[in-house]
Write a protein that binds this ligand. Structure first.
Ligand SMILES: [Zn+2]
Length: 277
């Protein structure tokens, strides 16, 4: 399923010179205010950006003194056809709560039948998975300043999209977590590229995800690359958009070589397709 991505460029009324002066952050991803999507909420003008939070997590704010926009990640667990509230604290001390309507999106369902032992983990693996989940939750909550690059991502590898974000997976009739990223099928050894400029915040081996790299792009915007056969960066490394960071593999619990690619905003995984030009 191909979708066209429209880039929103907020051109300043003053003309091209002002447009050129606006930072890369002025180019925003596609707004899709549904569970698993992103909402772009215009906030207004002020010299310094307001501090925005959703459920206690900092929300990305882009723009400049002529106008700021909140780029809000909406959890896939958010109920459809409802609304979420962001808290906006302005530098002058004014606080406000803004409601953002959230629509509905029907994600596909995939029914899988596997051997019973493959669905439920052993006590040992379950303990390992719980430790890893706690660690990854902490990494996902990374919030650093400033934004280091573009909000529009480059494709992290050449490959066919074999599974989309949000796919509901049912194993032997039991619901499992929906797909938190996009899968790109590619032969083992295919280079994996940093989707945007940033700083490496995690490199490790995990039970489900295998070898993974997580890059912090600033303001709570992170990307994750999983099932790698090779990892060529270390925690703390600065990476440029399009730079090779590792290679496609089949590590972790997978059926074949592919890249699992996730995008996080305010600590929730959102649909990577909204950020790919
Ligand atoms: Zn995946």
């Amino acid at each position: 399923m191909k979708r066209r991505i429209f880039l929103k460029v907020f051109a300043a009324a003053a003309g091209w010179i002002s447009v050129a002066k606006r930072s890369f952050a002025a180019v925003l991803p596609e707004s899709s205010a549904v569970p698993g999507g992103i909402a772009i909420k215009h906030l207004g003008a002020s010299v310094k950006p307001p501090r925005v939070e959703l459920g206690g997590k900092r929300v990305l704010v882009a723009g400049d003194s002529t106008g700021w926009d909140a780029v809000v990640g909406i959890s896939l667990k958010t109920k459809a056809d409802t609304s979420i509230n962001i808290n906006v604290a302005w530098p002058d001390g004014k606080d406000e709560t803004l409601a953002i309507p959230v629509g509905n999106k029907d994600y596909a369902t995939q029914e899988l039948t596997v051997k019973p032992g493959q669905v439920n983990l052993s006590a040992e693996n379950l303990a390992r998975h719980r430790r890893e989940s706690a660690h990854l939750r902490k990494i996902r909550s990374t919030y650093s300043e400033p934004l280091l690059g573009s909000l529009i991502l480059v494709p992290p590898c050449e490959g066919r999209r074999s599974s989309s974000y949000g796919l509901r997976r049912v194993f032997n009739g039991e619901s499992r977590n929906p797909h938190s990223g996009m899968d790109l099928a590619a032969p083992k050894g295919t280079p994996v590229l940093a989707a945007a400029t940033g700083r490496v915040v995690d490199v490790g081996n995990y039970f489900f995800s295998g070898n993974i790299i997580i890059i912090d792009h600033g303001l709570g915007f992170l990307t994750l690359y999983a099932h790698l056969s090779e990892m060529d960066v270390a925690v703390g490394d600065a990476v440029q958009s399009g730079m090779p960071i590792g290679k496609v593999g089949a590590t972790g619990r997978v059926t074949g070589p592919h890249l699992h690619f996730s995008v996080y905003l305010n600590a929730v995984p959102v649909d990577p397709a909204l950020f790919l030009s």
